[in-house]
Design a protein around this ligand. Structure first.
Ligand SMILES: Nc1nc(=O)c2c([nH]1)NC[C@@H]1CN(c3ccc(C(=O)N[C@@H](CCC(=O)O)C(=O)O)cc3)C=[N+]21
Length: 286
């Protein structure tokens, strides 16, 4: 079997067009959705992501603001900026670029973002809503993965989803989202014994370990759906996933490429969440 690609880049492009059309309607009604991105430090990779986000916003007509802080910004300075954005009427969504410096508490940051503007799902209210299956914003990567699978038309109900990785932004929220769709979910992580015994049982495998080409053909169930969240820069400078794509593609039924898979979906979900946040805040305001 040769797997069909789940073309994240193409799905994201189509979604961007739909979002753009929707925003045009809002604009005619006098509303411009606004996104603030807070970026701390000057990591070149981080800078590239931020520039990408700004470009995406321009393409669909979202007003964007980037707030840059140096690596040694104090926690209080950061929290003050977040509080200011919470009451800024031009801003409907905010994203604080991860990772944060060691001296800043991610949990304090999460609690300070107004839940209605928390489009990357950091705030405890949003985490709670997702756990209770009551909506709520989820991290854009997790949302993008769910959206990609929805696009394939495959029902996840009753399927065994194995997630390798338990991060707050990917593994954990994704497990809840799949559970909410009636999947059977196994979460594996760095301390899991016999990791590959689990992955071989997966109808849907989500590889989010950050370990370059960890999963090979022998670790995958024939016909599985394989979602590769990994994004490591190889020694040759290429972007590589957690999955040995060339061999696994002959065993899976559907597979996401790296690049061009989960990455573009993450970016487009940021736009969609900003649009949703803007609409929700408009309803509340009127
Ligand atoms: N609060 C927060 N939320 C995030 O979602 C978040 C974050 N912090 N910090 C940094 C990481 C990284 N990230 C990426 C998203 C898309 C691509 C992307 O579009 N990648 C392209 C390739 C880009 C290239 O070639 O370098 C692709 O996979 O096709 C990459 C990286 C979001 N992050």
């Amino acid at each position: 079997m040769v797997a069909k690609l789940i073309d994240g880049k193409a799905i994201a492009a189509a979604k961007r067009q739909a979002i753009k059309a929707h925003i045009n309607i809002l604009k005619r009604q006098g509303m411009i959705p606004g996104l603030a991105v807070i970026s701390i430090g000057s990591d070149p990779a981080s800078e590239a992501y931020v520039r990408g986000k700004v470009r995406d916003c321009i393409e669909v007509g979202i007003h964007s603001e980037v707030i840059r802080f140096s690596e040694n910004v104090t926690e209080e300075q950061l929290l003050r900026e977040i509080r200011a954005l919470n009451v800024d009427d031009h801003i409907h969504g905010m994203l604080i670029q991860l990772p944060l410096p060691e001296h800043i508490s991610k949990w304090k940051v999460a609690q300070t973002i107004g839940p209605e503007k928390d489009i990357d799902g950091f705030h405890p209210v949003n985490i709670g809503k997702v756990a209770a299956n009551e909506g709520g914003f989820v991290p854009c990567t997790a949302a993008g993965i769910i959206e990609m699978i929805r696009e394939t038309g495959v029902s996840v109900s009753g399927q065994h989803v194995v997630i390798a990785g338990r991060s707050t932004v990917v593994g954990k929220p994704l497990a809840l989202l799949f559970l909410n769709q009636d999947a059977t979910v196994t979460i594996c992580h760095s301390r899991t014994r016999q990791l590959f015994q689990y992955t071989r049982q997966a109808d849907i495998l989500v590889a989010a370990t950050g370990k370059e080409a960890l999963f090979h053909a022998g670790d995958i169930k024939p016909g599985a759906i394989v979602i590769d969240v990994g994004m490591t820069r190889s020694a040759e400078g290429n972007l590589v996933g957690d999955v040995a794509f060339e061999e696994v593609k002959n065993k899976a039924s559907l597979i996401t490429p790296v690049p061009g898979g989960v990455g573009p979906m993450t970016r487009v979900m940021l736009l969609e969440h900003t649009l949703i946040a803007a609409e929700q805040q408009r309803k509340k305001g009127s």
